[in-house]
Design a protein around this ligand. Sequence first.
Ligand code: T3D
Length: 275
Amino acid sequence: MSDPSNLAAAVSPDAAAPAPLLVARHGAVAVLTLNRPASLNSFTAAMHALLLPALQAAADDSAVRAVIITGAGRGFCAGQDLADPGMGADADVGAVVERHYKPLAERVRTMPVPVIAAVNGVAAGAGANFALCCDFVLAARSASFIQAFSKIGLVPDCGGTWLLPRLVGRARAIGLAMSGDKLPAEEAERIGLIWKCVDDAALPDTAMALANRLAAMSSKALAETRLAIDAALPLDFAAALSREAQVQGRMGRGADFAEGVAAFLAKRPAVFRDR
Ligand code: T3D
């Protein structure tokens, strides 16, 4: 993936200001880079104005088969920019969450293709939970995760209250959210909060290799797998089995299944097209 700032086509609402989001395409992989490094890529209204449309564009583009989200500079994302006018302490915080963080979390969790967070540095507040919304969280060894909300009198948002107990259990969810302590990437991997932690220098290439691998798979099967696992959580075993049968029936009628089986029997790589 190398330095995304060299590769990205910047999109900014203000041509004079550096674009707060960089969007690049590498074959079937879309790379979105949060680009406010001086403020650890904290979310502003201007960044939100680009981020959700960029995710939507990736969802709508049938040539995109995986998405990587990462940060420029030494941080991934420090959550809400607490100094952004209309978004910080003087804001109707509930309205900000409704308007920005809820659609963002929902968009990531329902993408038709896998989404990888390549967490290059600190991920705090909504920045941490935005990463945790992604299907894979790959983190640089020097990165960390902070549920910073309690320190400023808020509760976890951007899906944190739902995600944390499911990922690491109630005791750790409560511990992380109440303490607001910094959780190093290695510890985050050890307790199952994230997929993997890799050496800092290896993060871009590891993320791109994973994205390319996922892009070559059946996007439909991967998206339905995410949905099936989330949908099964509140179900009893019998209901989960019934849902599996119903979804598998639909998948079994799809072109990707026919192609997967044909490729296996012919001992050739499959070419999946469904999305
Ligand atoms: O409307 C709403 O508010 C609702 C939405 C809420 C969702 C949320 O995300 S609430 C949580 C908001 N985030 C935080 O509370 C985290 C605040 N940041 C920090 O605690 C620390 O910056 C970090 C632990 C993340 C990193 O610490 P460190 O020592 O590595 O860096 P630093 O020196 O604190 O930060 C570097 C610069 O980024 C600094 O600016 P400066 O002094 O160099 O000009 C700092 O002010 C700026 N920065 C970091 N985080 C934010 C920020 N500026 C604005 N907002 C931030 N969230």
